[in-house]
Design a protein around this ligand. Structure first.
Ligand SMILES: Cc1cc2nc3c(=O)[nH]c(=O)nc-3n(C[C@H](O)[C@H](O)[C@H](O)COP(=O)(O)OP(=O)(O)OC[C@H]3O[C@@H](n4cnc5c(N)ncnc54)[C@H](O)[C@@H]3O)c2cc1C
Length: 373
């Protein structure tokens, strides 16, 4: 049986980024991903500029993929009042269809191996891993868990959040909306949720929202929910009135968990959402996924190149770097979400932010990092 240096479970942003970084360093890398590329994914599709130089250093050219620059931010309360600010660092608009596909093509160029299959369990024994699909077993020295927000694997690893019910769901679709500004990312609140609008490389506007199940269960049909609940914010009502849906039906995901997770579980280095999910309103989850992939890859390179191969040092190093980099950001994200979903707080918060762009820029800085290379 072939033994890989690194097996990566999940070929989303965290998985593909770490695969490229490690393969470029000459290691033998295998990625498991159930879905063939390209494919759409539920996501806000605004990527913070903090990770663009790092992706470029890996040979991933997002400008060539058509990413559009985003410089302006707008937020509105349920009553439609809004505040605006220039984004301190800015970002890009690119669909997950194009972004993940661009990373996948780069991964193939640098020699990453792919198996399009779901991993069902991961065992650690005698200082090595056995990674199991429904029909095969693979061996690896290192495993990165990059399988997203939630998967059956979490139960096999006894992760607490996987045994609980979670009340958040998300809906995403692309729209033809010719009047929507190219350089804007807009965050609009509605009762029990909020949604982001921004342009993608194709010119389509992505609308992706998060809603609490208590709000959704009153109108469990998405069209009804959009009309009766989402459109209570007049900015979103206007958007629906002038826009034409481009998807046959929206994509949805449920059971989204924002609980604290651990970056190392059963010797597996967790990356991206598998290690911790920031509230989507921060627009920083993708940057965090890519950044955590860099942290894990850097630690793994040091480990694989060292003579002593001290696994416990590898795990401690990664854990420490992960917490130092992300813990505060996740805390701010949680607090911000509490404010945003509280009707009175969000109205007065947006009113305050409308009076000074400084407040908004301060909050954005607290949930974002500095550019990484
Ligand atoms: C509503 C919403 C809006 C958002 N908007 C934004 C935004 O505007 N900007 C932003 O930066 N972030 C946003 N995010 C966050 C962002 O989507 C995530 O942080 C990001 O996708 C994390 O990437 P990842 O690689 O960790 O996971 P993913 O991209 O989810 O990749 C995980 C991969 O693992 C695969 N997988 C799952 N199980 C298995 C298995 N058992 N075996 C093998 N493979 C498996 C999946 O098929 C998937 O391809 C948003 C999130 C939500 C919920």
């Amino acid at each position: 049986m072939k033994e890989y240096d690194v097996v990566i479970v999940g070929g989303g942003l965290a998985g593909l980024t770490s695969a490229i970084a490690l393969s470029k360093e000459g290691f033998d890398v295998l990625v498991f991903e159930p879905n063939k590329y390209p494919h759409h994914k539920v996501c806000g599709e605004y990527v913070s500029n903090e990770v663009v130089p790092y992706l470029e250093s890996l040979g991933v050219a997002l400008d060539k993929a058509g990413a559009v620059p985003i410089t302006d931010f707008q937020i509105s309360a349920v009553d439609g009042r809004f505040a605006e600010a220039k984004l301190p660092l800015g970002g890009i608009g690119i669909s997950r269809y194009a972004l993940d596909h661009t990373l996948y093509k780069r991964a193939l160029e640098v020699g990453v191996n792919f198996i399009f299959s779901k991993v069902s369990s991961i065992n650690f024994q005698n200082d090595a891993f056995q990674v199991n699909t429904a029909s095969e077993v693979y061996k690896a020295f290192i495993v990165i868990g990059a399988y997203g927000k939630r998967d059956a694997l979490d139960k096999t690893l006894n992760r607490n959040f996987s045994f609980q019910k979670h009340a958040w769901l998300a809906v995403k679709a692309h729209y033809k909306s010719p009047d929507f500004s190219d350089n804007l990312v807009a965050l609009h609140n509605f009762p029990g949720g909020y949604g982001g609008l921004s342009k993608t490389e194709s010119g389509a506007v992505n609308f992706c929202y998060l809603a609490h199940y208590d709000s959704f269960k009153k109108y469990p049909n998405i069209d009804d929910f959009n009309q009766k609940i989402v459109a209570q914010n007049k900015n979103l009502d206007s958007f629906f009135k002038v826009s034409e849906p481009l998807f046959e039906k929206p994509l949805t995901i449920a059971q989204i968990a924002f609980e604290r997770k651990e970056p190392v579980v059963n010797h597996i280095l967790m990356c991206g959402d598998t290690a911790g999910l920031i509230h989507p309103l921060c627009g920083n989850g993708m940057a965090m996924a890519i950044h955590s992939a860099k942290l894990a890859s850097d630690c793994i390179v040091t480990y694989l190149e060292s003579k002593s191969k001290d696994r416990s040092k590898l795990e401690k190093d990664y854990q420490k770097r992960w917490h130092t980099t992300f813990s505060k950001r996740l805390w701010y994200g949680r607090k911000l979400q509490q404010v945003l979903l509280h009707k009175k707080w969000v109205n007065s918060g947006v009113g305050l932010a409308a009076s000074s762009g400084k407040i908004l820029r301060y909050i954005i800085r607290k949930t974002h990092g500095k550019p990484i290379v």
